[in-house]
Design a protein. Structure first.
Length: 269
């Protein structure tokens, strides 16, 4: 859906925003405000797939879902921005439907497979049981793993905002488990070379869910990809590092500019 864009927004370049699972779904929505100043932003609802009751289409959980979001909006090609689970879907869109992707931003992500760098064992154990916890308890229990310590100490109200936003829509454990299973099966290691869109990979240096080497190796596998490690960020870097939105917008604006014509290049020579 288009999130509250004015009628003339259809003339703007489009960005398809694909967010994460659970609390990172709310974290990812922090990217909307800086993006909407320059782009028409499309995204699925915050609720879990198939929860209904809002009259909205389900949140994309596969590459085909994401492309269907573009089709419903009448968009042939968009900049695709994915965070965490959403970045796994974004990789598949770029590989399977390259003609639909103008540029690609992958945040807090991994290629999976042999390039996947696992978190510490206690975090793996926590993630396995997270879907069994009551919703609000699970969200608060996720905080030490998702956010940088400095955010918890100095900007805790921002975390409260993320949790309140996540709780504003339904979050059912069975959907969390289904999405988590898709994330575990994600593997683009042998297909990263098929991504031809200009790509930016952003990763928090203190990411405990997907350690930093996941982002490094993902970027290394994509020809020409730019990699940014955010020194103050963790998995939830849009909340940890509010200025990260500037890097994202700057990259997308650079890709949105039309390439100089041959004559124009010759005139500058």
């Amino acid at each position: 859906m288009s999130r509250g864009a004015p009628a003339d927004a259809r003339a703007q370049p489009s960005v398809l925003l694909l967010t994460g699972i659970g609390l990172t779904a709310a974290v990812g929505l922090r990217a909307i405000a800086p993006l909407e100043a320059h782009f028409r932003v499309l995204s699925g609802p915050l609720g879990a797939p198939g929860t209904g009751g809002t009259g909205e289409a389900p949140a994309p959980t596969t590459a085909e879902d994401a492309v269907a979001t573009l089709d419903r909006a009448g968009v042939k090609q968009a900049h695709v921005v994915g965070l965490s689970f959403g970045a796994a879907i974004a990789q598949e869109v770029a590989i399977r439907h390259p003609e639909r992707v103008r540029s690609l931003v992958l945040g807090s992500s991994t290629a999976g497979g042999r390039l996947y760098v696992a978190p510490e064992r206690p975090i793996r154990q926590f993630l396995r049981r997270l879907g069994e916890l009551p919703t609000e308890e699970g969200l608060w229990a996720s905080v030490p793993y998702l956010y940088a310590e400095a955010t918890s100490r100095q900007r805790a109200p921002l975390i409260g905002e993320d949790i309140a936003r996540r709780l504003s829509r339904a979050l059912e454990p069975r959907f969390y488990r289904a999405q988590h299973a898709i994330a575990r099966a994600h593997d683009t290691t042998g297909r990263l070379h098929q991504i031809t869109a200009p790509t930016l990979v952003i990763h928090g240096a203190h990411d405990r869910i997907l350690p930093l080497d996941n982002g490094r190796q993902l970027a290394a596998g994509i020809t020409g990809a730019r990699f940014i490690a955010l020194r103050s960020g963790a998995h939830a870097f849009p909340t940890d590092v509010p200025d990260a939105g500037r890097e994202l917008v700057s990259f997308l604006l650079a890709q949105a500019r039309p390439a100089p014509t041959r004559n124009a290049r010759a005139g500058r020579a």
